[in-house]
Design a binder for this molecule. Structure first.
Ligand code: CUK
Ligand code: CUA
Length: 629
């Protein structure tokens, strides 16, 4: 049995166990949460499943999806977990946004993780990508950029929560983001899109565009620190890594350094910048860098003529950058040009040793249609490119496109499928890894127009699921989504192993545990109020359906920190803490500690309650804060 099958079987077993468990809690809790599944129901379900052959998008009620999808939430600032192929939204992970359900952005833990940007409540997430080992997803982290505030965050996949966030210095608007694929994700790579003066201190000229720069950023994935940056000519848009651990490539849509639309699209050609990782690391080691803007992040000079980079001219304003899963090609998507440019990765060594010219690395430039933005791949040598203006996906064969480029009479276009409407990114199941399996394609359409019931002037977008397992692409599902899934990635469930409970030594709340220790409080047993001047720390436990403390006293104007430790060991029994009329609420997962700090600025009795449904007596899970005037 393969590892994938083994993990899949495990999941099915766990699923059955879970049903038993829910049957029990429903009885114990006196409130009917879910009716237990009977043996007959199981049997009839299994029959229905067997009847559906091939690549079915139908996931029966109670059955589990084959894939996890990680979706960017665009300018909602979050990341969403989808189940594929059902397209059910399984979870939301707040990242750059503030989330009232979990208290992300409000709790002390989330503020510590947000660090220097704890005061920001908005974000624009574009590119969620998972860490890899040897070009395969390893289920450890998902990284995501924030274009709006130049940040990069990391999600820990064992708990599916954001655990690190950094603001990237010397740049504005972090856009394209991917990970080093091979030998493993040592680095996260991302592009600074908007060019700015170096230094950007308001003292040097802001009009003189010749001082404007855009930087490529290389971040240590474990430490979540910028290891180095590379200054380039032009701006940067999207990026990807090779399968050899040697090169990164980024598209540039404004080599002109134009400051308005007309200027930005004036040149006939822009370029792809290729970064040589070994040379960059050597330059860093040799101290060949400068620092800017008063920080100490090393900035290497990768402008034209540098041995760290090569500039490959491509038709103007390219957008997406995608590496084929066989490791052979970088594909730069034309956007304003109806073509994509195929760069042969095995020619890059020769390019860097100046044996060939930059354009010699281009092995084909197939014409696909209007507005090619992003390309995804299957495991049969085919590529799928979104055509924004044509509202289509073009399926084409990579080797045939190269043959056609070399003068052979072959038609590389396999099919064009209408999508609804104006697709941006697309993504195939595991298609950015060696495990591309050619089963599913997602088209993230920017407009839904007439596809759903009208919901006012603002309409959802449309994430379409396409079956690519056969010779023909088949559209099988429309999924309305809220602003704006730029990008997604699809990982087989066998690669994932999320925890069922928190562990008491989790680093996310370790500083809160340390604070309690300093106060002489044992979080797992104590319910105590500690006064420290006008600061009051209220430590309480929770076990369904009660808080360990049903009342506590503070003085008007005190700064109150409430620390709740959820002692429940039962899967899925999450509690919450909400202080009425104070804008204070948070999630406290099973075996987790969460804390939140606010000012007691209202005199009198203030009720607090549990806001995550946990028990038949959930409504009764509340207590009083007495605020003495
Ligand atoms: S970008 Cu949005 S469609 Cu931010 Cu990857 Cu191309
Ligand atoms: Cu505890 Cu609801």
């Amino acid at each position: 049995m393969s590892n994938e099958d083994k993990r899949s079987n495990e999941l099915e077993l766990e699923n059955k166990e879970r049903r038993k468990f829910f049957g029990k809690t429903a009885l114990l809790g006196a409130g009917a949460i879910a009716a237990p599944m009977t043996a007959t129901m199981f049997a009839s379900m299994a029959k229905a499943n067997a009847a559906e052959a091939g690549n079915s998008a139908f996931v029966h009620p109670g059955d589990l999806d084959e894939y996890y999808g990680f979706w960017s939430g665009g300018h909602s600032g979050e990341v969403r977990i989808m189940g594929l192929p059902s397209m059910r939204e399984l979870m939301r992970i707040p990242v750059f946004n503030t989330d009232s359900a979990t208290g992300w952005g409000l709790t002390d833990e989330s503020k510590r993780i947000k660090g220097d940007s704890a005061h920001l409540h908005a974000g624009d997430s574009h590119h969620p990508h998972m860490s890899m080992t040897d070009g395969r997803y390893n289920g450890k982290y998902v990284f995501i950029n924030d274009k709006a505030n130049s940040r990069v965050a990391r999600i820990r996949c064992d708990v599916m929560k954001t655990d690190k966030m950094i603001t990237i210095p010397n740049v504005q608007a972090i856009h394209g983001l991917r990970v080093q694929k091979v030998p493993h994700t040592k680095y996260v790579i991302c592009n600074g899109e908007f060019e700015i003066p170096m230094n950007n201190d308001g003292k040097s000229s802001m009009e003189d565009v010749s001082t404007y720069r855009s930087l490529f950023n290389v971040i240590d994935a474990e430490k979540m620190e910028v290891t180095f940056q590379v200054m380039v000519d032009g701006n940067l848009d999207n990026t990807d890594a090779d399968y050899d651990g040697k090169y990164f490539a980024s598209t540039c849509y404004n080599s002109e350094m134009g400051m308005n639309l007309g200027e930005m699209i004036s040149a006939e050609r822009d370029h792809v910048v290729v970064f040589n990782l070994a040379r960059c690391e050597a330059a860093l080691k040799a101290g060949k860098f400068k620092t800017y803007n008063g920080n100490n992040v090393p900035v290497l000079d990768g402008r034209k003529g540098s041995d760290l980079t090569r500039y490959i001219p491509v038709p103007k304003s390219p957008h997406g950058m995608n590496t084929s899963p066989n490791g052979k090609y970088f594909v730069a998507n034309g956007k304003l040009s109806p073509t994509v440019s195929i760069i042969a990765i095995d020619k890059l060594d020769a390019l860097f040793s100046d044996k060939i010219k930059p354009r010699d690395t281009i092995v084909a430039e197939p014409e696909l249609g209007l507005g090619p933005l992003h390309t995804a791949f299957d495991n049969k040598g085919n590529a799928y490119t979104t055509l924004f203006l044509d509202s289509q996906i073009a399926k084409w064969n990579v080797e045939d496109a190269i043959k056609a480029h070399n003068g052979e009479k072959v038609n590389y276009i396999r099919q064009k499928l209408d999508v609804h409407y104006q697709p941006g990114h697309n993504h195939t199941s595991q298609g950015e890894t060696r495990d591309a399996d050619g089963k599913w394609l997602i088209s993230l359409c920017k407009f839904s127009k007439d596809r759903f019931l009208p919901v006012g002037p603002l309409r959802p977008e449309n994430d379409q699921l396409i079956d690519i397992s056969g010779d023909e692409m088949k559209l099988v599902h429309d999924g309305p989504t809220y602003a704006e899934p730029h990008d997604c990635m699809i990982v087989h469930r066998s690669r994932m192993k999320p925890n069922k409970l928190w562990t008491r030594d989790d680093p996310i709340f370790a500083p809160t545990v340390a604070m309690a220790k300093k106060d002489g409080v044992t979080l797992e047993t104590d319910n105590k109020v500690i006064r420290d001047g006008n600061k009051v720390r209220v430590y309480m436990t929770s076990v369904a359906p009660t808080f360990g403390m049903s009342e506590f006293k503070v003085k008007l104007g005190d700064e109150v920190t409430v620390v709740v430790t959820n002692l429940d060991q039962v899967e899925d029994v999450t509690h919450g803490f909400c202080m009425t009329n104070h804008g204070v609420q948070m999630e406290v997962g099973p075996q987790a500690t969460s804390s939140i700090t606010f000012t007691a600025n209202k005199p009198g009795v203030q009720w607090y309650y549990c806001n995550w449904f946990c028990h038949a007596l959930h409504m009764e899970m509340r207590g009083r804060m007495f605020v003495e005037a």
